[in-house]
Design a protein around this ligand. Structure first.
Ligand code: GLN
Length: 446
């Protein structure tokens, strides 16, 4: 199995999905093989998993696809990854992504762009583009990505696979390189919903190393995924308005018909503050990023500029040379919205809008179990199409950022292809820690 995947990765090298492949994977697979024979292997025995290169694995490179972490190796392992290893998964390597997970196209990477396997002229989505491609192109069984504003769900949609962003706090962030700490989540990509359920079961739970992690009661997913539950499903009118591509709308409407025929109830709902979600997201996440990325100063981690005659110059030049343009743009935006004089106008106001968005969803979940929406307004776009227009890139996140602002789970499920044979996805959201509901509905639709 591992040898097969390593061979496939080599064959499909042009996709550029991986930053690093682990040489020790085959040896580990052999060990697990004997455990399987002895009947002592864990729940994930033999499952081959790729890890986004923002998650720490002891003694392995951790670059976040940034030059500033070039040659940096992690000194401990992220809890989510350790839990996979403890259940005898085989970690095959680290996947490419947008630098520090900032982007929607995987074009912002020091390791170069990743190609969409369905059309090599197009982006795979981002920021977890490598993780989505690794699963879609059959380079591993499952992968982990991270989702701060859509970075699991959007590339999953662009590559035609399942991708789950769990409830904030459900999976420990220990060992995840921080982008926007109050938004960041870790979740799986897979070709089957059962694999999503199984991996979620393994990686979730309280961790004393992350004080925002939480142990909810719901932990058994795979066993319950086929229970024939019926749900009340809300269709928020703001998510089906003019910006949505007609072909995507049609495919979703077909699915909604199927959902009704399975005996679920659907109702139109309203999430009135939706139009503010992107602005709120980019104010708050850039603020958090500007603070989180202050640690890359040329002294503590990775890259240091040679071109400096004093300490301040060393800081400045290390950051100037080490960070890519998108990361610099976010640091500047974040510093601006947090600066005195602008804090009240931007940061504080955005926090208030975050609460209003939360109220929208709380109201909706008083009535419905699940909210169904598109994952993205369009299918995968062309490489280069939006890279010089950050605002149009940000607008692609219209349907995904709310779940992170509010902390709820969101799942992309693949629902077919458009007329150009490009994958189309649909998003299921539910209230905090109710992952089982969206897994069950996805299972019924699979
Ligand atoms: N595309 C969004 C951004 O650029 C989401 C990124 C993410 O979820 N990591 O911020």
């Amino acid at each position: 199995n591992v040898a097969f995947f390593i061979n496939e990765i080599e064959k499909q090298k042009h996709l550029n999905a991986f930053n690093f492949i682990f040489d020790d994977a085959i040896k580990i697979a052999d060990k697990i093989e004997s455990k399987i024979k002895a009947g002592t292997a864990g729940k994930l025995a033999g499952m081959v998993i790729a890890i986004k290169d923002v998650l720490a694995i002891k003694d392995k490179p951790l670059t976040c696809s940034s030059n500033i972490l070039k040659n940096f190796e992690a000194i401990y392992t992220a809890t989510a990854v350790q839990k996979l290893i403890d259940e005898d998964a085989i970690i095959i390597g680290k996947t490419n992504c947008d630098e520090f997970a900032m982007g929607s196209s995987n074009e912002n990477s020091a390791f170069g762009k990743v190609l969409n396997p369905f059309d090599n002229q197009r982006v795979p989505g981002g920021s977890s583009g490598g993780s989505a491609v690794a699963v879609a192109a059959n380079l591993c069984d499952v992968s982990l990505g991270t989702d701060t504003g859509g970075s699991i769900r959007q590339p999953a949609a662009f590559c035609g696979v399942y991708g789950l962003k769990p409830t904030y706090g459900k999976v420990s962030r220990y060992g995840l390189t921080a982008f926007a700490s109050s938004f960041d989540t870790i979740g799986p990509f897979a070709k089957s919903i059962d694999d999503i359920a199984l991996v979620l079961e393994v990686i979730s739970g309280y961790d004393e190393k992350d004080s925002t992690s939480f142990n909810d009661e719901q932990k058994i997913y795979l066993e319950k995924i086929s229970e024939p539950q019926k749900f009340k499903i809300g269709l928020p009118k703001e998510y089906f308005s003019s910006g949505l591509n007609e072909e995507i709308k049609k495919l979703i409407n077909n699915k909604i018909e199927i959902i009704r025929s399975l005996g679920h109830e659907t109702v139109e709902i309203s999430l009135p503050n939706t139009e503010y979600s992107i602005a709120t997201y980019y104010i708050l996440t850039t603020a958090e990023a500007s603070s989180n990325l202050a640690r890359y100063d040329g002294a503590h981690y990775g890259f240091r500029s040679n071109d400096a005659s004093n300490l301040n110059e060393m800081y400045t030049n290390s950051r100037t040379e080490g960070f890519g343009n998108e990361v610099k743009r976010r640091i500047m935006l974040g510093t601006y919205v947090l600066s005195s004089g602008y804090y009240d106008a931007y940061y504080r106001k955005a926090q208030k809008v975050r609460r209003l968005l939360k109220n929208d969803f709380d109201n909706a979940f008083n009535d419905v179990d699940i909210i169904l929406t598109p994952t993205t307004p369009n299918v995968a776009f062309k490489i280069g199409e939006k890279s010089n227009d950050p605002l149009s890139m940000y607008l692609e996140d219209i349907y995904t950022t709310s779940a992170n602002l509010v902390g709820i789970p969101g799942l992309n499920i693949p629902i077919g292809f458009n007329s150009e044979n490009l994958p189309v996805g649909m998003q299921l959201m539910t209230n905090q820690f109710n992952e089982l509901k969206i897994l069950q509905l996805a299972k019924q639709l699979s």
